[in-house]
Write a protein that binds this ligand. Structure first.
Ligand SMILES: NC(=O)c1ccc[n+]([C@@H]2O[C@H](COP(=O)([O-])OP(=O)(O)OC[C@H]3O[C@@H](n4cnc5c(N)ncnc54)[C@H](O)[C@@H]3O)[C@@H](O)[C@H]2O)c1
Length: 263
């Protein structure tokens, strides 16, 4: 479905992360993929190998999403290698392990803003000129269910940053719709990734319970009684990137196994 298209996926290095799952599925469907991350160099290299094995083109670029100058050179490098950018998936994100507002230090607010919001905006700013020149493009921002409402135990800085990601998504969708650039957000609920394990470990420690118990409590709170696998989120991204979503822009799509009460 994505033959001859080029996709950039940020935060794609973690072996269990959504970014890698999204990159692999896009590549499986024919896209050339640029996998970007600030860390997880080994994970990036493995993913590029895996992509090569099923006959697609992939490349890895180290880039810190909180640094606009690195973002510009990353996008420049992608354009140099592949000549166009059809899809941008802003997936890189940081959570924070401090659930109580009064305990969250200034630098934690700063980091979640720099990576989740400003980094997402900077990647959009870097790719949109190429998309305008091509007269087409798709941007998908990985927000969160936390971008649609406050969820117990989700830190305020994370929630605020993900609301901002959805605001940015809607603003770009509106500004660029008439020029054939679509911009949507996905809002995963709980996904079985390293980020989830970190959050559960924190909850287990605070409540003096085991990791398994923390996971069971969280699973019970989800309408479908289980977390998503990264591949299930990737399927939603591929839908939004593909022709089946040609008339969709500016939406924030929950991918959450049913909505939690109150959202
Ligand atoms: N896991 C969940 O339950 C969940 C739910 C909703 C939304 N999300 C969002 O999904 C996205 C992917 O998260 P994940 O769960 O796959 O976790 P993950 O930790 O596997 O992926 C995040 C990736 O972002 C990268 N990253 C962090 N800071 C970066 C920076 N400054 N520059 C470049 N890359 C950076 C990390 O190295 C990592 O590979 C994040 O935006 C997260 O906020 C996660």
């Amino acid at each position: 479905m994505f033959t001859d298209q080029v996709a950039i996926i940020t935060g794609a290095g973690h072996p269990q992360g959504m970014g890698r799952a999204i990159a692999l599925k896009l590549a499986e469907q024919g896209a050339a993929v640029v996998l970007v991350d600030v860390a997880n160099a080994e994970g990036l290299a493995d993913a590029v190998k895996e992509i090569g094995a099923f006959g697609s083109r992939g490349t890895a670029i180290r880039c810190d999403s909180s640094r606009p100058e690195e973002i510009n050179s990353c996008v420049g490098e992608a354009l140099k290698q592949f000549g166009r950018i059809d899809i941008l998936v802003n997936n890189a994100g940081v959570s924070a392990d401090i659930p109580y507002f009064l305990d969250i230090p200034e630098e934690t607010w700063e980091l979640s803003y720099q990576v989740n919001v400003a980094g997402t905006a900077a990647f959009c700013r870097a790719v949109i000129p190429a998309m305008l020149a091509q007269r087409s493009g798709v941007i998908i921002n990985n927000a969160s269910l936390c971008g649609l409402g406050a969820i117990e135990s989700a830190p305020a800085n994370y929630t605020a940053s993900k609301f901002a990601v959805i605001g940015l998504t809607k603003a770009l969708a509106l500004e660029f719709a008439s020029r054939n650039i679509r911009c949507n957000a996905i809002c995963p609920g709980v996904v079985n990734t390293g980020m989830r394990i970190n959050a559960l470990s924190r909850i287990a420690e605070q409540q003096d319970i085991s990791l398994d118990q923390a996971q069971a409590y969280e699973d019970e709170s989800i309408a479908m009684k289980r977390a998503a696998e990264p591949e299930e989120i990737a399927d939603a991204v591929l839908f939004l990137a593909g022709p089946g979503a040609s008339y969709l822009s500016g939406i924030a799509l929950p991918v959450a196994g049913g909505m939690p009460p109150g959202l």
